[in-house]
Design a protein around this ligand. Structure first.
Ligand SMILES: NC(=O)c1ccc[n+]([C@@H]2O[C@H](COP(=O)([O-])OP(=O)(O)OC[C@H]3O[C@@H](n4cnc5c(N)ncnc54)[C@H](OP(=O)(O)O)[C@@H]3O)[C@@H](O)[C@H]2O)c1
Length: 281
């Protein structure tokens, strides 16, 4: 398998998305976000994942501009906040994202959550943004098979992406197969279990056998499942560590062992059961 830091996956509208991205959730606005994004870009990431909800689009945009790297070399994803759903509201919120990021286009704009009763109207606004070239591609996040079916029935553009929680303890094989069948790429969020299961014995032992760290094994597992992966860290040494995943390969046996860790464990809200308590420790 010849995965490289520059590897991309082709979306269903022919746009290429880098397989490894940098996640910006829970990076505080101000220096924390600015520094982390600068370190990520210096370390070779060319894909940054933010959201209106994270309230750090401004610092992400400043870090991108001041990196000296051409805008078109960096893939930027942002997401519509739940409070901004609705056709007109979506367009207004999208313009606010452009302004905060200081850019005149977004590479990928996602509905962050399948907000009941409003998601179809919001999606129609996203379709419009693609037609006017303000957005290169559009997609969804936290959508189940049922949500996607409903969206596809009521609209023209098939989402290019479904960004969902995905790690060895939540190997969403059914959703992955469904998305593959409809040419929808999956992005794995919380690929490091939000930091909660990095000390797992099975993962640690596989990591030792490759002279790698548990975080690197989790990222590599997702990459070898052909999904886009967006680990987050506020620390320079970890940002560098998380990008060093292209000089080793997990064997078929390693992959099967890691697949076997699946226990449906979620660290974020469950779109199949929104009432379920979130398991953040
Ligand atoms: N669409 C959605 O609804 C949604 C939901 C959640 C996340 N996301 C996206 O996915 C991205 C990643 O998910 P996430 O932030 O939830 O969690 P994550 O990437 O799975 O894990 C981040 C946690 O792991 C720690 N960490 C990172 N690298 C490490 C390493 N090499 N060794 C040890 N610890 C390490 C980080 O600590 P430090 O920061 O202190 O280093 C942080 O506590 C987010 O930033 C966001 O962009 C999307």
């Amino acid at each position: 398998m010849s995965l490289e830091l520059s590897s991309t996956i082709k979306l269903n509208n022919d746009v290429d998305i880098p397989v490894l991205g940098f996640g910006a959730y829970q990076l505080a606005k101000g220096d924390e976000t600015y520094n982390a994004v600068r370190w990520a870009l210096e370390s070779g990431y060319r894909h940054i994942d933010t959201a209106q909800f994270y309230q750090n689009e401004k610092e992400v945009g400043t870090a991108i501009r001041e990196s000296g790297i051409a805008r078109e070399e960096i893939f930027v994803t942002t997401k519509l906040a739940n409070a901004n759903h609705g056709y007109e509201q979506t367009k207004i919120a999208f313009d606010a994202s452009l302004k905060a990021l200081g850019t005149d286009y977004i590479d990928l704009f996602l509905l962050h959550w399948p907000v009941e009763g409003k998601r179809l109207d919001s999606w129609k606004a996203l379709e419009e943004l693609v037609r006017t070239d303000e957005c290169r591609s559009i997609g969804v996040s936290n959508f189940t098979e049922e949500h996607i079916d409903e969206l596809m029935k009521g609209s023209k553009i098939v989402p290019a992406m479904n960004q969902v929680e995905f790690h060895p303890f939540l190997y969403q094989r059914g959703l992955f197969n469904y998305c593959q069948q409809h040419e929808i790429v999956i992005t794995a969020y919380s690929p490091l279990t939000a930091g909660e299961r990095l000390d797992d014995q099975t993962i640690t032992s596989i990591a030792h056998s490759h002279n790698k760290t548990p975080a690197q094994v989790m990222i590599r597992w997702a990459l070898q499942h052909d999904v886009v992966v967006i680990p987050k860290s506020a620390h320079k040494e970890r940002i560098i560590e998380n990008v060093a995943v292209f000089d080793f390969e997990l064997s078929e046996e390693d992959m099967q062992t890691l697949d076997g860790l699946n226990e449906g464990l979620r660290f974020s809200w469950n779109p199949y059961d929104p009432e379920q308590v979130v398991r953040f420790s």
